[in-house]
Design a protein around this ligand. Structure first.
Ligand code: GLY
Length: 553
């Protein structure tokens, strides 16, 4: 109680939106103002960026159930003040009882929605184990203190934003299908309603008291397994007890002298981002003009090739060989682009098969944190689709993920993001589904330059890419770089998706004339990022497409 009271008073008096200001002591940018305030309060109380990241992560699970979670998974990329880096993989895992063809009928056809809706869609959650691992190894504060913010917000409630109230209302029918979800979410919510989550508060208290055992063993584990039994799910006590966090070396690239630090497999995000940047580096973006037809031609063809390779080569590297050294090498990027003909649209059929249209969820969430000592934390976390598999664990108060849909349920059959996959990303018990999450840190001469990342399924990678080149090549301010409308191509379907205003009319016609098919789409990607100025001060910005906030002090 005392923590939260202090935090509200403190935040409203002293913390301010970091959108256009520079700060020296810390910035937190996340999809929700209460979460960002929590992170800043933790920094002000002497915590480091990891303490803040873990506090923010648990608060997002309370105030941003759309994607914040304890029933999902995520990736954390950390850069230490000495310039070294590491990553923490707490991606969900396929349960022991999963099988390669578990979402196919007797004719080998994909059973609609089975991998994305309901109990069978859930992978073994990793968020609690991952966040606590980070806190114990790299944090400085006590677990009980870091979790107190989330517990209090769950227990006392908070006023709903209109986006959350509408989001819950829009999914009322799906929530009504499951007891726990119906009890917690299926109301006629409106902006300003106080949202109290006592069951979730009780679960968080168990985690606060017992650490990971408060989730993976005892009452919470029993409730998860009982929930599975109610809906023919397959997560067992053994799956939960055996869940393991993996600390992995970061994946490195270099773009025009900037060091890129990102997430290795089971995310495709780091590989694809570095691969795309390696292709773009072969061209003079600045000299060729911002979003000129020539540069868009290059960007689209780069995206086509990178997403084709994503589909073929990428999966959990603990189970399949992922040639990531080649895929992130400058030589391969050059070789792969030798068949690029300037002024001509490529054709995805020349590269491989694919079909279907994209369904897009509002799925994942990203937050970026920097503290005064130069520790940087970039976290993307997810329950996959909006509100995950829509199943709240009854009496435990939290949603489960539908991350199993990120596996390739059948080679050549698209997932909810329209992404294709093959053998490398097929289901195997204990394996982690391929992700597009791209939590990224950029250093310049060993010093902090940027912390960035985004939600958006398969469009995460291209959102982060465009934001980076807008800063590095075109010298945009952080806000302008993020707000700028984006394009996206992912090999199949063979079309260029674009946000309103992303391409001017004349250029659009030039590109259509040379063979591109353009499809307008609502907004995608919601970047939360921090940028460092030459004097070492920092600013933050939360994407106009969301309703989050960057706060600094
Ligand atoms: N669930 C979205 C991703 O991991 O890419």
């Amino acid at each position: 109680m005392k923590f939260l009271r202090a935090f509200f008073v403190f935040s409203f008096l002293f913390a301010s939106s970091a959108n256009s200001q520079n700060y020296n002591n810390g910035v937190v940018s996340s999809a929700n103002k209460l979460a960002s305030q929590t992170g800043i309060e933790i920094l002000k109380r002497g915590g480091n960026a990891i303490d803040a990241a873990v506090g923010v992560g648990f608060v997002l699970a309370v105030v941003y159930p759309t994607a914040g979670n304890i029933g999902g998974g995520g990736f954390m990329v950390i850069s230490f003040p000495d310039g070294n880096s590491t990553t923490i993989d707490y991606r969900e895992k396929a349960p022991y009882l999963s099988t390669r063809d578990m979402y196919l009928d007797e004719n080998g056809e994909v059973i609609e929605d089975l991998s994305s809706f309901g109990h069978l869609a859930a992978g073994v959650p990793g968020s609690v184990a991952g966040m606590l691992y980070a806190l114990e190894k790299y944090g400085t504060m006590k677990r009980e203190e870091v979790l107190s913010y989330a517990i209090e917000l769950a227990e006392k409630g908070f006023p709903m934003e209109k986006e959350l109230a509408n989001g819950l209302k829009n999914h009322k029918e799906e929530f009504s299908k499951f007891d726990g979800s119906k009890q917690l979410f299926a109301g006629d919510w409106k902006k300003g309603d106080i949202f109290i989550q006592q069951d979730l508060a009780n679960t968080l208290k168990l985690i606060s008291k017992h650490g990971r055992d408060g989730f993976y063993k005892g009452r919470t584990a029993d409730l998860i397994v009982e929930e599975m039994e109610r809906g023919n799910g397959i997560i067992s006590h053994k799956d939960l007890v055996d869940y393991n966090v993996i600390e992995r070396p970061a994946l490195y690239g270099n773009y025009r002298g900037f060091d890129i630090v990102s997430m290795p497999p089971p995310s495709s995000g780091g590989i694809c981002l570095i691969y795309l940047l390696n292709i773009l580096e072969q061209f003079d973006l600045e000299g060729s003009g911002f979003k000129s037809s020539g540069i868009l031609n290059v960007m689209i063809e780069a995206m086509r090739r990178v997403y084709a390779d994503r589909s073929e080569f990428m999966g959990d590297a603990d189970f399949v060989r992922v040639p990531y050294k080649t895929l992130t090498s400058k030589e391969y990027a050059k070789k792969r682009f030798t068949n690029f003909t300037p002024g001509k649209a490529g054709n995805s059929k020349d590269i491989g098969p694919g079909k279907d249209l994209i369904k897009e969820g509002d799925n994942t969430t990203h937050y970026s944190i920097a503290d005064k000592n130069g520790m940087l934390v970039s976290v993307t976390t997810t329950i996959n689709d909006t509100y995950g598999n829509k199943v709240v664990v009854r009496d435990a108060g939290f949603l489960l993920n539908n991350e199993m849909d990120d596996f390739s349920t059948k080679p050549g059959s698209p997932n909810i993001f329209g992404l294709l996959g093959g053998y490398a990303n097929s289901i195997t018990p204990g394996k982690r589904p391929l992700s597009s999450m791209t939590p990224t840190i950029i250093l310049k001469d060993g010093k902090p330059f940027m912390v960035t990342g985004s939600p958006g399924g398969g469009k995460i990678i291209t959102s982060v890419l465009q934001m980076i080149i807008n800063v590095v090549d075109y010298n945009f301010s952080l806000q302008a770089a993020i707000d700028e409308p984006r394009i996206h191509h992912q090999w199949f379907p063979d079309e260029v998706l674009y946000e309103k205003g992303a391409v001017d009319k004349v250029t659009l016609n030039v590109l259509k004339d040379i063979g591109y098919s353009f499809v307008p789409i609502g907004s995608f990607g919601r970047i939360d990022a921090i940028l460092f100025n030459p004097d070492g001060s920092m600013s933050g910005y939360s994407d106009r497409r969301g309703y989050g906030e960057a706060i600094g002090y």
